[in-house]
Design a protein around this ligand. Sequence first.
Ligand SMILES: [Zn+2]
Length: 215
Amino acid sequence: MIIFGTRGVKSTLNQGQFNCPQCESTRAYKHKKVTRFFTLYFIPLIPLGRLGEFVECQACKGTFIPNVLNYNKNQQSDSFLAEYEKAMKHCMVLIMLADGEIDENEMVTVQKIINKFGHNDISLDQLSKYVEEVQQKPEDISTYLRKVTPALNEHGKEMIIKCAISVAAADGNIDDSEINLINEMAKVMEMSSSHLKGILSEMFAPKQEPSFSKN
Ligand SMILES: [Zn+2]
């Protein structure tokens, strides 16, 4: 008697780390596919086609649709956004504090910038509290900026510099301490000084008012 039939055979397409929805933390996964085989005496001989794919968590053994891996990528871009927000907030507040005084116009400008680029709007009160935190524990301007720099293109870097210049100019004049900090930011982001000069002249010519809402 010849025994034949079909059987689903699992094979691993890919593996790595993902954010398991069931464990709610980072786990090892295996991305598997199931292929239906024609079997003879229980031995899979001829592949008959793909039955499906799934992602299996190696910790809880939960299985998920392959899209769960894209969800993981979104998580990563979320954390980039959070870092970007942190860097933006920190740099702008340091620029605002550079000349030793806090002007109301500067506060409003910083608030506008944070709310334009972040996805958590902050009030002036919340900003004041944050300013106090930074005053008590002033960290180097490169602290957070350095972390986001590798993910920024030229446009992204220019954007941050333009925002910083807007904050510096908000009280009516840009002084040396502010220019020094902006220079430092450019250095951290590996922008050349001629590039920075270009941005400055672009922002201040022909009209005097800087604008960060452009582009
Ligand atoms: Zn799991």
